[in-house]
Ligand binder design. Structure first.
Ligand SMILES: C[S@@+](CC[C@H](N)C(=O)[O-])C[C@H]1O[C@@H](n2cnc3c(N)ncnc32)[C@H](O)[C@@H]1O
Length: 259
């Protein structure tokens, strides 16, 4: 067995153990409640664009992009564009690695890898900044509700051209909206890939944390995931990612397509 394989066995054991450590889990819960009230997820940027994520989820997405090697990433919820830029930059690195392995020069105009973002309200300043970004050649945006049949149709039409597809859902966080997104977009995730549902953490938070939101405990992405999985055995929650991250806005939200 290689050093790397031995190292991974040790890491996997640690991950399983930390996922059972009630004291650590209590510290995690406390950190979440305290950090949420400071809007901690708004603190970060990726290659110069604000990204509304916890850093652990950003690392997990980076690992998924490396392991799945998608040629298309579909994202609902663009906001300032940080997650689109992060995904596009990972696809660019994938292109770079493949060019290096083939001993050729990277020509971004020849890349077919794409990030497709959907948002109901792409603000002018955000669109301009995303379009001016060095990663923009790998990004396409659709403005409209992610559950509008016309928007779904447009996304499906793009997806037809791709083989390995990763899906990330991070728009409106109500149960009904996320369930409709899951029905529309999860089937586009290719076998072995993922549909990542963000903000399932809402289910674990006190009701008082969302006074001005349509969602809250009992009505959020996690309740939608639970409902969706009842009739979709082709997806399974990746518990290793849960236990590995601990600090994640998407507990039980990393759905692996197993068939
Ligand atoms: C949490 S932010 C997305 C953050 C982004 N993924 C990131 O990591 O930086 C949520 C976004 O969802 C968008 N949104 C809200 N309702 C939507 C809908 N029905 N369809 C598509 N996007 C929607 C909002 O306009 C907002 O930009």
């Amino acid at each position: 067995m290689s050093n790397y394989e031995n190292f991974k066995i040790e890491c996997n054991l640690n991950v399983t153990n930390q996922g059972r450590d009630n004291s650590l889990l209590a510290a995690r819960d406390r950190f979440f409640i305290e950090s949420f009230s400071h809007k901690y997820s708004y603190n970060f940027e990726f290659l110069g664009r604000p990204i509304i994520q916890y850093p652990q989820d950003m690392v997990a997405i980076q690992e998924l992009i490396w392991n799945v090697n998608p040629d298309l990433i579909i994202e609902t919820g663009i906001a300032h564009g940080g997650s689109l830029i992060m995904s596009a930059s990972m696809l660019a690195l994938r292109d770079l690695c493949e060019a290096a392995a083939a001993g050729t020069m990277l020509d971004p105009r020849k890349s077919t890898r794409l990030v497709l973002g959907v948002d109901i309200d792409i603000r002018k300043h955000n669109r301009e900044a995303i379009e001016a970004h060095p990663m923009s050649s790998r990004i396409q945006m659709i403005q409209g509700s992610s559950i509008d049949p016309e928007v779904i149709h447009q996304v499906q039409a793009v997806a037809k051209r791709y083989k390995r597809i990763l899906v990330c859902l991070d728009s409106n966080h109500t149960h009904d909206h996320v369930l409709a997104e899951l029905e529309a977009y999860a089937p586009l995730a290719s076998a072995g890939s993922y549909c990542v549902v963000f903000d399932t953490i809402v289910e674990e938070m006190p009701k008082t944390m969302f006074p001005d939101r349509q969602w809250g405990p009992g009505n959020n992405p996690k309740t939608a995931v639970k409902k969706y999985l009842q009739t979709h055995p082709e997806f399974q929650i990746d518990n290793d990612i849960n236990n590995k991250l601990l600090l994640s806005v998407a507990p039980d939200g990393y759905l692996k397509r197993v068939s």
